[in-house]
Design a protein around this ligand. Structure first.
Ligand code: AMP
Length: 114
């Protein structure tokens, strides 16, 4: 799995990225290799390595991530036709970046899950 530095740099804006939304809790930006017409990553501003690290203290962040994903979906005009939200976890889940992230995918009819 790749290092998390890249996402930390995106949050701090020390490398270029296409941020579509940012607040004190999370950052949402366009995926560099989109697999759908709309492909946005939503990440917490504090480091959480993967879904296994969600706990009682930080789980409010996940609720906020889901809420903002719906705001971004409306902003990207994919809310009416629909979209998919995915969180990959570790090797079998296909997680490549060691930093919890939510994929927001839409803009076309998506295929089956796997
Ligand atoms: P995952 O396979 O769930 O870990 O997804 C990682 C995602 O991060 C992939 O869809 C990559 O295309 C995306 N990605 C990697 N580096 C960047 C970057 N610098 N900016 C935007 N997206 C990135």
């Amino acid at each position: 799995m790749k290092n998390n530095n890249i996402f930390e740099k995106i949050i701090k804006k020390t490398i270029p990225s296409d941020i579509v939304y940012q607040d004190e809790i999370l950052t949402a930006f366009k995926d560099i290799k989109p697999i759908a017409p709309t492909h946005i990553l939503i990440i917490p501003n504090i480091f959480i390595s993967c879904a296994n690290e969600i706990n009682k203290e930080n789980c409010y962040i996940l609720g906020h991530m889901f809420y903002i994903s719906t705001i971004v979906a409306k902003k990207e005009k994919i809310d009416q036709d629909g979209y998919r939200i995915i969180i990959n976890c570790n090797k079998n889940g296909g997680q490549e970046i060691n930093y919890l992230h939510m994929h927001l995918l839409g803009g076309k009819k998506l295929g089956k899950m796997c």
